[in-house]
Ligand binder design. Structure first.
Ligand SMILES: Nc1ncnc2c1ncn2[C@@H]1O[C@H](COP(=O)(O)OP(=O)(O)O)[C@@H](O)[C@H]1O
Ligand SMILES: [Mg+2]
Length: 468
């Protein structure tokens, strides 16, 4: 969409930001002369009929909420097939931008918690769950510090294919409840968990589980105890972020009330958080830390399997009419064969370099060309249409596996290039390569657990995760 362009009743003025679902523009409603924030949904998503229906329904529900801290929705509709949502324009930073500059003071944190908590309780009373409560969805007006909660119910329920094709995932895993990770039906207490995570981030300057990979963060949400910060506050985090939602605060108001008390009990002295200057400079927004994007469905699938301690639980789910899936199996097999050849080539290159048969640079060259090859396999995968939901899940897992393998390849290449001596000395690139390899193996194991039963039922060979 071009700036100055007319879009339905709106004139597009400028780009406010981009998110997992599309682009947000500053626009003006021509007749009303009202400035709005116009969220225009990415075509890859909007083309999905399920998504369209859900989007329009959820937007209308959100528009029916009338609360001072829920962003007012003016309009949700489509222009020539392009879906959009028009909402109040907030002139100010997101909470995400604010905390990327450091922790908030306890007083500022409490203010945001009470405001956003009020919005959540009102939504829950109307049977609406947010599902994606995170600092990026909280906007704070520059003029008066009024906080608005945005993007009700929009995220995390879109189909995996649409997301993969859009090339990105909606959001972050930093604030996600265990039951959401397990793919269970949700109620308002999922939002309470997320609010606890946001409060922790505000006070400490980091998300509750600041770990290297999304997988590690998801596992921590499932298994690690709630994070701790100070004796006064830890009880609040323990209850807000309880693994079992039965143990959580029943309302955000209850959470906010305990937070107020904990802060009054001397938290300011003990919170290891740096206070904000009294007046903040919002105009220069610090680039947020690299976004962690992750195909949600994959992450959930991986973790459900990990949590159950067995990848095999997926193996025989809705395998459908197997014979009609033969062309699908053939195509995938072809890609696995190519990737397997790449894997052998990498092993040979690493071994040759290790035995000083070739230079590190030459070995890196060989590994790079495997990575390039895998990239093209990944592209083919992205353009494939899966015949059934079960095969769709297989494709998504295989994509994840290959993505991680490519990452590992790049790290190996960089590790080799960093030194001319033989054997190449240990360096951080090799550690990263090993981590990517492990992530690749996890995804590939889950893929194989689903794909092999299908392949063997069609009298094709079975694969192991370590082969390709
Ligand atoms: N109502 C609004 N007023 C002003 N800016 C907005 C509004 N809604 C969204 N934005 C801006 O657009 C960006 C992208 O929003 P969004 O697509 O929801 O992605 P995300 O929530 O993942 O950041 C936000 O980070 C914010 O900077
Ligand atoms: Mg948002």
């Amino acid at each position: 969409m071009n700036l100055g362009e007319q879009f339905g009743p709106y004139r597009i003025e400028s780009v406010l930001g981009r998110g997992g679902m599309g682009t947000v523009y500053l626009a003006t409603h021509a007749r009303l002369q009202r400035r709005v924030a116009l969220k225009v949904i990415a075509p890859a998503l909007a083309d999905d009929p399920d998504f369209r229906t859900r989007f329009l329904r959820e937007s209308r529900l959100a528009a029916s909420l009338d609360h001072p801290h829920v962003i007012p929705i003016y309009d949700a509709d489509e222009v020539d097939g392009v879906l959009y949502l028009a909402m109040r324009y907030v002139d100010g930073p997101s909470l995400q931008a604010l905390i990327s500059e450091g922790a908030l003071t306890p007083g500022d944190t409490l203010r945001v918690t009470e405001q956003i908590g009020g919005a959540l309780d009102a939504a829950h009373a109307a049977d609406l769950i947010h599902r994606d409560l995170k600092p990026a969805n909280i906007l704070v007006s520059e003029a008066d510090g009024h906080a608005y909660l945005c993007d009700f119910g929009l995220a995390k329920r879109t189909s995996s294919r649409a997301m993969t094709q859009a090339g990105s995932f909606l959001g972050t895993v930093d604030y996600c409840s265990p039951e959401q990770i397990r793919g269970e039906p949700l109620d308002g207490r999922a939002d309470i968990y997320s609010l606890g995570c946001v409060v922790f981030h505000c006070l400490s300057g980091r998300p509750p589980y600041a770990l290297d990979s999304e997988i590690a963060v998801l596992q921590a949400h499932l298994n690690d105890p709630p994070p701790t910060l100070s004796p006064e506050l830890d009880g609040v985090f323990g209850r807000a972020m309880a693994k079992d939602r039965e143990d959580r605060y029943p309302t955000a108001a209850a959470l906010a009330s305990d937070l107020r008390q904990a802060i009054a009990e001397g938290a300011p002295a003990t919170v290891r958080a740096q206070a904000l200057p009294a007046t903040r400079e919002h105009s220069t927004q610090v680039a947020p830390r690299a976004r962690r994007r992750w195909p949600w469905i994959v992450a959930a699938a991986v973790l459900v399997a990990l949590a159950a301690g067995s990848a095999a639980i997926w193996a025989t789910r809705d395998s459908g009419d197997d014979a009609s899936l033969a062309p699908f199996v053939d195509r995938v097999e072809n890609m696995l064969t190519q990737s397997a050849a790449g894997r052998r080539e990498i092993a040979a290159a690493l071994s040759d370099a290790n035995k000083c048969k070739t230079s590190n640079a030459a070995a890196a060259e060989r590994i790079d060309s495997v990575a390039t090859n895998r990239q093209s396999i990944l592209q083919q995968l992205g353009s494939m249409t899966a015949p059934t939901p079960a095969t769709d899940r297989m494709l998504t897992l295989l994509q994840r596996g290959l993505q991680n393998s490519i990452e590992a390849d790049r790290h190996y290449g960089a590790g080799l290039r960093s030194s001319a001596s033989c054997p190449a000395p240990k360096n951080p690139n090799f550690t990263l390569a090993a981590a990517s390899d492990r992530a690749a193996t996890t995804a590939k194991e889950l893929f194989v657990a689903r794909f092999d039963p299908l392949a063997t039922s069609l009298h094709r060979r079975a694969w192991s995760a370590g082969e390709f």
